[in-house]
Every structure is written in structure tokens, then in C-alpha cells.
Design a binder for this molecule. Structure first.
Ligand code: NAP
Length: 267
């Protein structure tokens, strides 16, 4: 029989957190032991709206939570300024983090990977848990081998804190593995309005749109002589991310290093 995975979710009231609570509650081999929230210390999740049957304790202090409960996996879906700290606390208590929170820098990833390897604990950070988005990134990397002029337009809801999105950065990183640095546009191009040409990664341009009504969307547009190619992905609700979260939880206890990007575990 499969072993039950004891899980803590950080950020359970958020858009992603609410879906993750549903996922854990509806998966026979997952057991939600507690949640970490920014408020409501001492209450139960069932005391809040949306979770009438989920009688697990709420902690504000993650360390106290890990001291009082036997936890295998932390699912972190909070805010960019907390993701790294939460991972460090998880490592300290031997808990494997599965992190959807975005906003990590390349230096953060290097530091956290070292920490995971020193402790021998598995960890997964996935800027995008939607399988379709992973395919969009992979197809974009393939296209960039043949079409080096590329601009990324990512569109998200207006509550998103970080820009550009983790997915756009990850896409640019995958493309840069197969594309030499190249300045795009006219060599004498000027910006009459700062930021009009978007952010610049090795000459690739990234544009971030924030509007109510959007969830998470990205277009990767390639241009060549007499042709363009557009690769597009849309997450139309947060349930789209949950099969990826499930796969990450099932995988993280079988590894002893940090994996960055769901595409690393899909193959
Ligand atoms: P959200 O709706 O703002 O939810 C975040 C939740 O985390 C809020 O309930 C917030 O509480 C809580 N929180 C903030 N700081 C906390 C802390 N230190 N400890 C515990 N809880 C804390 O955001 P969301 O849309 O769910 O997104 C959450 C994160 O996931 C963001 O970084 C977002 O970019 C990322 N994301 C990732 C994916 C993916 O596929 N990887 C997809 C969508 C979003 P308060 O409101 O009280 O601050």
C-alpha cells in the first residue's frame, strides 16, 4: 500500500492555496495536517469561510507548526518575499518543499540547491504547474533554435506581485540555452516612453500585462523573413495547476536535490 504523505499548505486562503487544499483533501494518499497562514493563529481552517469540513490547525509561525507536527511535504503558495525563507525553514526541519510561489532569483536557486544537497532533502520549485505551460516552454525552446528573434508577452490578473512572471523568465532561460545573445529591433531604436520595448534578457523582450479578469496567459512570438510563429498558453482557472502540484508532491520525496521547473520531472 502507498505511504500517506503528511502535508502542510502555506497560503491556504489564496487563489492557489484554496485549490491546493481541495487537491490534498481529495487525494487518498495525501493527508493535510496543518496550514500556515498570515493570520488566524490558533483557529482551525474549518472556522474560516470556504473550508467547513477541514478541521486542521492554523499556524502563523511555520517553525512551531513543524515542531508540533510530523510533516513530509510543505506546499508553499504565498508571496514572492516569503518563498525563500519558507524553504529554508522546511530544510531545517527535514521537510521537502514543493513551491509554486514565484519571484526567485537565479542566486536564490543556486543557494537553495546547495542547501538541499547539504541536507540531502528533495525540493521542487515550479514557476508554472500547468502541464500545457510546460509544453509551451519546450516548444518555444525548439522554435528558438530556428527562429532567434523572439518576444514574450505574459498576461496575468492585477493582484500578481512580481513582474515579469516566473514562467516568462523560465521561458527566456530555456530559450537562451539554445540561442546566442542577439540585440533585436533596429540598431538605432530609441524608447520615447521608458519601458515601451519591455524588459531585456539577452536581447529578448518580455512584456507584462496586468488586468482584472485574466488568470495566467503567455504568448511567445517568433519572427523571421516573411513569417511569424506564435506559441500560446492560457490557464483559464487555478484548477489547471493542480495535476502539476500532485505530480510534484509525489516526486519530491524520491529526490535529494532541488529541481527548478516541472519540465525536469515530466520527462
Ligand atoms: P494570493 O491569492 O494573493 O494568495 C496568497 C496567500 O498567501 C494569501 O492568502 C496570503 O495571505 C497568504 N500569505 C502571504 N504571506 C504569507 C505568509 N508569510 N505565510 C502564510 N501565508 C501567507 O496569491 P495566489 O494567486 O494564490 O498566488 C500565490 C503564489 O503562487 C504567487 O507567488 C503566485 O505568483 C504564484 N503562482 C504560481 C503558479 C504556479 O503554477 N507555480 C500559478 C499561479 C500563481 P494575505 O492575503 O493575508 O497576505
Amino acid at each position: 500500500m502507498e505511504k500517506t504523505v503528511n502535508i502542510v499548505i502555506a497560503g491556504p486562503r489564496g487563489n492557489m492555496g484554496r485549490e491546493a487544499v481541495k487537491l490534498v483533501e481529495n487525494t487518498a494518499t495525501f493527508n493535510l495536517v496543518a496550514v500556515v497562514d498570515s493570520k488566524h493563529e490558533g483557529k482551525k481552517l474549518s472556522d474560516l469561510d470556504n473550508f467547513p469540513t477541514v478541521h486542521v490547525p492554523i499556524f502563523i509561525n511555520m517553525e512551531t507548526c513543524f515542531q508540533e507536527h510530523d510533516v513530509d511535504v510543505l506546499i508553499d503558495l504565498t508571496a514572492p518575499q516569503f518563498g525563500k525563507k519558507h524553504m529554508e525553514i522546511a530544510f531545517q526541519y527535514g521537510v521537502s518543499p514543493v513551491v509554486g510561489t514565484t519571484g526567485f532569483t537565479e542566486e536564490d536557486i543556486v543557494e537553495l540547491r546547495q542547501l538541499a544537497e547539504t541536507k540531502g532533502i528533495g525540493a521542487i520549485i515550479a514557476p508554472n504547474f500547468a502541464i500545457g505551460a510546460i509544453l509551451m516552454m519546450k516548444f518555444s525552446q525548439l522554435a528558438a533554435k530556428y527562429m532567434a528573434d523572439v518576444e514574450i508577452i505574459e498576461r496575468h490578473h492585477d493582484r500578481k506581485l512580481d513582474a515579469p512572471s516566473g514562467t516568462a523568465l523560465k521561458t527566456a532561460q530555456l530559450i537562451s540555452e539554445v540561442r546566442d545573445e542577439k540585440k533585436q529591433g533596429h540598431e538605432d531604436e530609441t524608447e520615447e516612453l521608458a519601458g515601451a520595448r519591455g524588459g531585456d534578457i539577452e536581447g529578448m523582450r518580455i512584456h507584462s500585462v496586468r488586468l482584472p479578469g485574466l488568470v495566467a496567459h503567455q504568448e511567445v512570438i517568433f519572427g523571421g523573413e516573411g513569417q511569424t510563429l506564435t506559441i500560446r498558453h492560457d490557464s483559464i482557472n487555478r484548477a489547471s495547476f493542480m495535476p502539476g502540484v500532485k505530480l510534484a508532491v509525489e516526486t519530491v520525496l524520491k529526490i535529494d536535490t532541488l529541481v527548478y521547473g516541472l519540465e525536469q520531472i515530466i520527462e
